[in-house]
Ligand binder design. Structure first.
Ligand code: GLC
Length: 744
């Protein structure tokens, strides 16, 4: 029973609390300034300098003597790629030999797991399960922190509408709203209950900004777009991550409208530190400051350092532009020392917030490292996340789920027994691979004995040899069901992995066709980091699962779905093209003045004369073993004034024979506006578990925020007029429609 305190006592408590918080904040700010006042210019520049170590190093830190010396002289603020508590402790001890004993920050690319590898981020986004996504980041943070890491270079929140770009695997796909939800969930997962806890790490939101819009889908290429597109499509996930309290940002390699991101003050000062009031710090991406030279933006590293610091880039990763030039730029009067002070304040503040000044070794506990990195609960979560990420693309005649008494199962394909391939790009490298469950092992675990399984490789991932087709066909003929597992190798999609040809690599689709000819029932599993093109397979094979790269528990998760222990619920976070010629392809496109109403409507229409304009599989698409109906759509009103809301409800029913989850999506179209608006925009979703025959009432609110967009002046406004509401199971599977009006 809470005692009823008189209002004045509550007010008194509130004032006292505010003073305490302000005192705490002032204390950190005061501490930062007290350290800053003691620092020489060289020491200040040192804090803005970050080098990479050698992750693979297992013995004592050697071979980087110049870096070790710079640490001892207080000329290094941070390192990345340092493996484990023993090594971070060694380097932190060196930092404690420096004059001011300012602790090092240790950063690491923890993109989808540290010791326990989870599905790649694009796969996790397909789960549309924000709680599971946050938990995945939370586990990654817990393990990374136990491993001595203070700072993860994640989440990557780049919107990607072009699957030729290999880094599409790192983000949450093509939609700004879903991307924003996922970005915030990941930041919260990484930072947990707040910096300063030894299981919380600093997030680093990247790559700021619009890196995913590289022309031609070619990594590191230029980006050219209107400010409206920048604000409407590419910035929302960054804004959401900043609002979620992200500690740091990383800028990007690309030039944006002619200015390299590291030197882009519109992005870094006007938007991030200005409009969004970001108080953390910005690190460059690898050598991006030095890359201003090949960009043709500056003539040398001296100028690059000046351009970067003046544009708001606080820390220099690996280019050595700051450590070699910044002090001289200040002495030459080219950079005001206050610019340096501002960056150093931002960096020191994070070190204080992480508790590193109180105890530089608080993340260096080898017992905790051993315990946390081997926590069995983490693998259970990885399996759960993996199951939720698998997309059922096709299930003709309900071939799936299989029954465990299915008889002989032929498991055929280059990925059937693969282990490291299941990790995908950007997984943390560990010496062993025994802990990874292959698809073969997952099926064996499920069926209990290898005598039910027949294996044949059939072909390689990317070679042209058909020499082993015969063995594969023979295996298929002995089986009652054929599971063909194809796709990419893990290093075919990721950084610097742009591809002009997105078809299934090598002769894999020929293998599928050869096995199809046996007449046996076939299930195809496709492992990849991006949308691939496999039209023949999609047209002919009865059952297809898109299994992305699912991490350590891949085999178990796939077997869970194949045999119905988990009813697939994932939905595509990105459109799958029929051909590279359709790219860029995305669902929230404009209508144009000559929209093609269908695939035969081509005569002087915005259409291809040789191909459909529709994707092979649409954004938001994914099947279940059961089915769902949508009915009883109700709106609390068909109109609203500024500041009012409309409550929407509809009935969702499981009309099939399996319990399953439906991701019910709702989209809006602003029918007439001062700028053309997309044919639909995702504004929300509900993921609902229903038993066979069960119904649920699903509700959501439409408010002015949902109706708003960036107008010509880049103001976030909602304009009066009529809006179309669309609710459905995919962006191209709308089940309920309605209209309403925003009055003046
Ligand atoms: C890479 C990537 C970036 C990563 C950094 C450190 O080039 O672009 O995402 O965090 O370098 O490895």
């Amino acid at each position: 029973m809470i005692p009823k305190l008189p209002f004045l006592s509550l007010l008194g408590w509130w004032i006292a609390g505010s003073i305490a918080v302000q005192a705490q904040k002032r204390t950190i700010d005061q501490k930062v300034d007290s350290v800053l006042r003691l620092m020489t210019l060289d020491e200040k520049v040192g804090q803005m300098n970050q080098y990479s170590g050698n992750w693979a190093q297992t013995g004592p830190i050697t071979g980087d003597d110049d870096k070790l010396q710079e640490i001892k002289e207080g000329k290094l603020g941070s390192m990345l790629n340092i493996n484990g508590v023993r090594h971070t402790r060694e380097l932190q001890q060196l930092a404690m030999q420096s004059r001011l004993k300012i602790p090092l920050l240790f950063g690491q690319d923890v993109i989808h797991g540290y010791r326990t590898t989870f599905p790649i981020p694009l796969a996790e986004a397909a789960s549309w399960d924000l709680t599971a996504i946050e938990r995945s980041a939370r586990i990654a943070a817990t393990e990374a922190a136990a491993g001595g890491i203070h700072w993860v270079f994640a989440p990557m929140v780049d919107i990607a509408r072009d699957p030729r770009w290999g880094r599409i695997m790192e983000g949450a796909g093509e939609d700004p709203w879903l991307g924003a939800q996922v970005a915030a969930a990941r930041v919260k997962g990484f930072q947990g209950t707040g910096l300063g806890h030894t299981d919380a790490v600093m997030a680093c939101v990247k790559h700021f900004a619009a890196y995913g819009a590289a022309i031609g889908g070619r990594d590191y290429n230029s980006v050219d777009m209107s400010d409206r597109t920048l604000w409407e499509v590419y910035l929302p996930p960054f804004k959401a991550a900043a609002e979620a309290g992200a500690a740091t940002f990383m800028n990007s390699f690309n030039d944006l409208n002619g200015i390299p991101a590291s030197a882009n003050s519109y992005l870094q000062r006007d938007i991030l530190k200005g409009k969004w009031k970001f108080t953390g710090f910005i690190v460059s991406d690898w050598g991006s400051i030095g890359e201003m030279i090949p960009h043709g933006f500056v003539k040398d590293n001296y100028d690059a350092a000046r351009a970067a610091i003046m544009a708001g880039n606080d820390m220099d990763m690996e280019s050595r532009s700051y450590t070699k030039n910044l002090a001289r730029l200040v002495k030459d009067g080219k950079v005001p020392v206050e610019r340096v002070n501002e960056s150093v304040r931002r960096i020191l503040k994070k070190k204080f917030e992480m508790g590193l000044f109180d105890d530089p070794f608080r993340f260096c506990n080898e017992e905790r490292e051993r315990r946390v990195l081997n926590d069995p609960e983490h693998r259970k979560s990885a399996r759960d996340m993996a199951r939720k990420s698998i997309v059922l693309l096709k299930n003709q005649d309900q071939l799936l789920p299989l029954r465990t008494n299915v008889g002989k199962v032929a498991v055929i394909g280059p990925l059937a027994k693969a282990k490291m391939q299941m990790l995908g790009f950007w997984s943390t490298e560990w010496p062993d691979s025994d802990y990874i469950v292959s698809e073969w092992e997952g099926l064996r675990n499920k069926l209990g004995a290898e005598n039910k399984l027949i294996y044949a490789k059939g072909c390689g991932i990317d070679d042209s040899s058909r020499a082993n087709f015969g063995e594969a066909i023979s295996a298929a003929r002995q089986a009652d069901i054929v599971i063909v597992t194809v796709g990419e190798s893990r290093d075919m999609t990721g950084e610097a992995k742009s591809r002009s040809n997105l078809h299934l690599p090598g002769v894999q689709e020929d293998l599928i066709r050869a096995l199809y000819e046996t007449g046996k029932p076939i299930v195809v599993l496709i492992s990849a980091g991006r949308p691939l093109i496999f039209n023949w397979t999609a047209d002919h094979v009865p059952a297809i699962l898109y299994t992305w790269w699912l991490g350590d528990e891949a085999g178990n998760a796939i077997a869970d779905v194949l045999f119905g222990d988990y009813d697939p619920s994932a939905k595509l976070p990105v459109s799958f093209p029929r051909a590279e010629g359709q790219i860029p392809i995305y669902y929230d496109h404009f209508n144009t003045g000559r929209p093609a109403l269908n695939d035969s409507d081509r005569f002087y229409r915005s259409a291809y004369n040789d191909l459909s304009i529709y994707p092979r599989f649409a954004f938001g698409y994914g099947l279940s073993y059961t089915s769902f109906s949508y009915s009883d759509l109700r709106l609390s009103s068909k109109s609203l004034d500024a500041g009012q809301k409309i409550t929407v409800s509809f009935k969702l029913t499981n009309t099939g024979a399996y319990a399953g989850e439906e991701v019910a999506q709702w989209y809006l179209k602003d029918e007439v506006a001062s700028l053309v608006r997309p044919v639909k925009e995702l504004k929300g979703f509900s993921k609902v578990m229903l038993r066979p025959g069960e119904s649920a009432s699903v509700q959501f609110i439409i408010d002015q925020e949902k109706l708003s967009f960036y107008n010509r002046q880049l103001d976030w406004v909602a304009e009066p007029g009529t809006f179309e509401l669309m609710i459905g199971s995919a962006s191209d599977d709308i089940r309920l429609h309605s209209k309403f009006e925003l009055r003046k």
